[in-house]
Design a protein around this ligand. Structure first.
Ligand SMILES: NC(=O)c1ccc[n+]([C@@H]2O[C@H](COP(=O)([O-])OP(=O)(O)OC[C@H]3O[C@@H](n4cnc5c(N)ncnc54)[C@H](O)[C@@H]3O)[C@@H](O)[C@H]2O)c1
Length: 420
């Protein structure tokens, strides 16, 4: 359903360029295309309002259009000040979606755009990092009763939701999309792995081969970033706080060091932990001249820029998305995209085929929570396995790949404890 709400965007004239980007992405999203056809027939969101906060680029725009095709009136905003693409916003407004987003707003504007999105009084939400949920549970609690539920995109958002769930403060059900197999196995690992290096390479235009890359955090994203760094010919060092992940990184062939040791040898650094102060002043003091710092975790808290600034005598922009900090002893430290997620703030995010599966899960999870919100209760729940499997099967079909199925005898054998 087309909205009558007035959008807040940078420039409506950018719509043609945005439309081309959305067309390119959607042509490479076969799973979501299948869901779009299903939604057009079934109209699961007829008469409902859906508010979305996601990195607002072309793949996300197509998800918004799929939800709209399912009968919803859609309002959308970004989930990071630097990842919104103004041309994509303009194209969505032409398609009758309410957009409250622009590239690089001030912190106050960014917050205001989120609040405006919440003020569309959604029945359902899609969140990325928990911004919409937080505003609904703090500043605009008056709107909570109208919300049936929603779906959360990322690891950091789910950690926050689980904290709310534990203390009993969550006021509607949320589906943990990140924790589905078809999300973290592909999006976090291969999506982040590829797009982080795309972002770093297009921003720096420097060689990676032969250099020492430090990956902070060996979770699902970190594994992908380390794997692709190795593929580019880097010497890869991993830092961790979890002993099991550290052993995993070692067995995968990477050097595991403490951050104090890694700080001395790294040439590129990529933080991807979901934690704060992973790179801080005491590390920066040990770094080589010319070290390049970037972050791929959800919030811009992983590199402590305040401590970096305190160690510096000057700061200047040396290339688009690269800030040079000169330290008192003359060493230069470079920070990409202000320490915000480098693959989105200095790139186009994950490849379309990856977001196809993630956003298929988002679309199906939103339908699921709308159908079951009363029975779920105010909790964080996993994506049902059948939906995860549906996405994987549709993905295989789109690739023309067939797999085997269990015979009755095989199934009985696997189900029995006494069979030989
Ligand atoms: N850039 C993207 O496009 C993108 C995509 C998906 C997720 N994310 C975000 O990336 C972050 C990581 O996600 P994930 O799915 O890999 O999480 P994860 O929980 O699988 O992994 C995080 C890892 O970081 C480690 N860690 C925590 N503190 C650390 C520290 N101080 N030093 C070293 N290691 C530390 C943890 O032990 C864990 O192994 C989250 O903020 C998530 O929201 C970003």
């Amino acid at each position: 359903m087309k909205t009558t709400l007035t959008s807040v965007i940078k420039d409506p004239a950018l719509a043609p360029e945005g439309k081309l980007k959305i067309d390119w992405a959607s042509a490479h999203m076969p799973v979501l295309n299948r869901i779009r056809e299903q939604f057009e027939r079934e109209q699961p969101f007829k008469g409902l309002r859906v508010a979305i906060s996601l990195h607002l680029e072309a793949k996300t725009a197509y998800l918004a259009k799929v939800v709209q095709a399912g009968g919803a009136e859609v309002a959308i905003t970004g989930s990071n000040p630097l990842s919104t693409q103004d041309d994509v916003c303009a194209a969505l407004v032409e398609d009758g979606i309410a957009v409250f987003a622009k590239y690089n707003p001030t912190p106050e504007e960014y917050h205001d755009l989120l609040v405006r999105t919440v003020e569309t009084k959604p029945d359902l939400i899609i969140d990325d990092g928990g911004d919409l949920v937080t505003i609904l549970h703090t500043e605009r609690q008056d709107l909570l009763p109208g919300v049936r539920g929603g779906a959360e995109e990322t690891t950091t958002g789910i950690l926050r939701l689980k904290a709310m769930d534990r203390e009993g403060s969550l006021k509607f059900p949320m589906v943990a999309v990140n924790d589905a197999y078809c999300k973290y196995l592909f999006d976090n690992r291969y999506g982040t792995g590829q797009s982080v290096w795309d972002g770093i390479n297009r921003t720096t235009n420097l060689v990676v081969a032969g250099k020492t890359v430090v990956v902070n955090g060996y979770g699902w994203c970190g594994k992908g970033v380390a794997m692709r760094a190795k593929g580019l010919g880097a010497n890869v060092v991993v830092t961790e706080v979890d002993a099991i992940k550290a052993v995993e990184a070692y067995m995968d062939g990477f050097t595991v060091l403490s951050m104090d040791e890694a700080a001395k040898v790294g040439e590129f650094f990529v933080t991807v932990t979901g934690n704060k102060d992973v790179i801080r002043g005491s590390h920066i003091e040990k770094m080589k001249d010319g070290a390049i710092l970037s972050n791929a975790g959800h919030f811009d808290v992983e590199v402590n820029l305040v401590e970096l600034a305190a160690l510096s005598v000057s700061k200047r922009t040396v290339r688009r998305n690269i800030e040079e900090y000169q330290l008192k002893d003359g060493r230069r430290i470079y920070v990409l995209a202000e320490g915000r997620l480098v693959n989105l703030a200095a790139g186009d995010g994950h490849p379309a085929e990856i977001m196809d599966m993630t956003f298929a899960l988002q679309a199906l999870s939103l339908k699921y929570v709308n159908e079951h919100y009363r029975s779920i209760g105010n909790r964080v729940v996993n994506v049902p396995y059948e939906l995860d499997e549906q996405v994987a099967r549709t993905k295989l079909e789109s690739l023309g790949i067939r797999i085997d199925s269990l015979s009755a005898e095989q199934k009985a054998y696997l189900d029995s404890w006494a069979a030989h």
